[in-house]
Ligand binder design. Structure first.
Ligand code: ADP
Ligand code: MG
Length: 167
């Protein structure tokens, strides 16, 4: 188990942390090109989950627009890391109603392929979703633009990534 909290005064600090995570993840894929990581983003509406996801996806080299997958439940982004194509699937499960939706959309397969599943509102799919490697919990601070971000790993892969982030 590894867990640490980072304080952000403004969105630029959140962006810098997402960038740091991106570098660490990219490092992991250098060692293991077929790795798969589940990253859950937690926090209230407006906490900054999508904002963090956007900076992370762009930090991993995606140059297009990153929008919130609120209505589509999932937005796929192709990534190229160390010359290999990897899948980045960004989920927002806020509107998911029942596990059948999940099965019909074929989302389960996304959790096996090399790359990432980045999940907002994983709470809505409890029992259907696999466990996380890394959980990122964003909490509001005293000021409007202030956030406290708690990083937690629950697998050895996740720990490797978070350890690297701190060095
Ligand atoms: P969520 O996906 O958790 O509902 P969003 O990322 O859509 O939240 O919205 C967060 C909002 O808060 C954005 O408008 C963003 O610009 C703003 N914001 C202000 N300060 C921060 C910060 N330090 N970190 C992340 N977002 C911030
Ligand atoms: Mg969101």
């Amino acid at each position: 188990q590894i867990s640490f909290t980072q304080h952000c005064r403004q969105e630029a600090d959140t962006a810098a942390l997402a960038q740091k995570l991106a570098s660490s993840l990219s490092h992991l894929f250098q060692a293991n090109q077929s790795a798969h990581l589940n990253i859950f983003l937690k926090g209230d509406l407006g906490a900054g989950k999508t904002t963090f996801a956007r900076h992370l996806i762009q930090g991993l080299g995606y140059e297009g627009r990153v929008k919130s997958p609120t209505y589509t439940l999932c937005e796929p982004y192709p990534l190229i890391i160390h010359s290999k194509t990897l899948a980045m699937n960004h989920f927002d499960l806020y509107r998911m109603r029942d596990p059948l939706e999940w099965q019909e959309a074929g989302f389960a397969e996304y959790f096996d392929e090399p790359g990432f599943c980045l999940v907002e509102w994983s709470e809505k799919a409890e029992g259907t979703l696999p466990t996380f490697d890394i959980e990122i919990h964003l909490r509001a601070g005293a000021d409007e633009n202030e956030r406290n971000i708690i990083f937690q790993a629950s697998s050895s892969q996740g720990m490797t990534v978070l350890d690297k982030m701190n060095t």
